[in-house]
Design a binder for this molecule. Structure first.
Ligand code: FES
Length: 143
């Protein structure tokens, strides 16, 4: 894996053709987080069915190219997963799926992970359930 400052082809592909951009009306969970380092913002929408399976996931961002690419990949990765499985989609897993990110851009990949967690938190709160292993997101700016 290369972290030497050049973007992988997969990063460029997801940046140029981001998947799942948009919003979901009446989403099961919505998470909005800000990146403490650069001030960029990410919002993730989750559509979760009665069995706790993520049927759809969309994102919107005021973020850089790396944030767009990681969110695009992250939304692809959580679709079809249970909420429990979605917790395993860490920023590290997303970066690996993208063949790496330059060192200075690693913090950008945290936006997607944190926004997914914030959306899952919102879903859990709305439904009065606890998702094991999920902590209240640090940079949640929903409220
Ligand atoms: Fe802000 Fe990348 S520089 S998310």
């Amino acid at each position: 894996m290369s972290y030497d400052g050049v973007y992988s082809e997969k990063v460029m592909d997801h940046f140029m053709n981001p998947r799942n951009v948009g919003e979901i009306e009446d989403a099961s969970g919505v998470g909005t987080v800000g990146n403490a380092k650069c001030g960029d913002i990410m919002r993730i929408y989750l559509d979760i069915d009665d069995n706790g399976v993520i049927q759809d996931c969309k994102f919107k961002t005021f973020g850089c190219g790396a944030a767009v690419a990681t969110s695009s990949m992250a939304t692809e990765m959580v679709k079809g997963k249970t909420v429990q499985e979605a917790l395993q989609v860490t920023n590290k897993a997303v970066m690996e799926a993208l063949d790496g990110l330059p060192q200075v851009k690693i913090h950008c990949s945290l936006l997607a992970e944190e926004a997914i967690h914030a959306a899952l938190w919102d879903y859990a709160e709305k439904n009065g359930i606890t998702i094991e292993g999920l902590k209240k997101p640090k940079h949640d700016i929903n409220d």
